[in-house]
Design a protein around this ligand. Sequence first.
Ligand SMILES: [Zn+2]
Length: 244
Amino acid sequence: MERNIKIDCITLKKLQLGENNIGVSLLTSDNEVLFVMAFGAMKPKSKLFSGVNPFVEASWDLYYDPVKEYYRAKEVVVNNFNQEIQLSLESYYTASLFLEIILKSQGSDGVYPILKQCLYYLSKGENSKTVLIQFLLRVFLEQGLLPSFNSCSNCYTQIEKESLFYPGDYELHCCRCNSSRKALELNPGILRYCINTPTLDFNKALRIGLGQDSLELLKKYLLELIKNYTGGKLLTLNSSNGLI
Ligand SMILES: [Zn+2]
């Protein structure tokens, strides 16, 4: 393990430890979650003070302490505070949900650039529901967890041949093969959106129209998937009072 590293990170969580110290969880540009001790960072005069808040993008100088077996922060240069996210409750809860999902999964392939883009668009005031849907579709796609949306996973009926499909735990079924009691009904328009948009340039994907009802259904479906994947409850969803 390298003793000294300099790496771009997004702050996921801060935890006060003792009077002046903060433990921060960082998502590195290598898509890993690192726990870092920021000694003295509670003091406003500390050079680490500005980097410890969630959503901050910064370049960190870290030193690995082989005795304590953790990284210590030496210096931090903030590139983007993403403060505008906190101007809207929907954006704030949506961004907080991203951080919770990443903390639970301890990072995953390709998640750093996805998070960076999503925070950027949330801070620009983009529709938080569409940003959430793109976050989840892209995270699943990177990990190979996105179901095939082209056909029923049981009888291979193509999506053009049916008006409704039903999600199981990780796959889709047509109405004849549907055995799950889940009430979610996904139409071919929603499924085509899932096939086509996650590989588009992010800005282009945000401009692809899908009706409000369809967006709401798709959001519900993807949140069910992520709950299965992360092993259950997401605290941010419970505390958002229906704003997500
Ligand atoms: Zn079928």
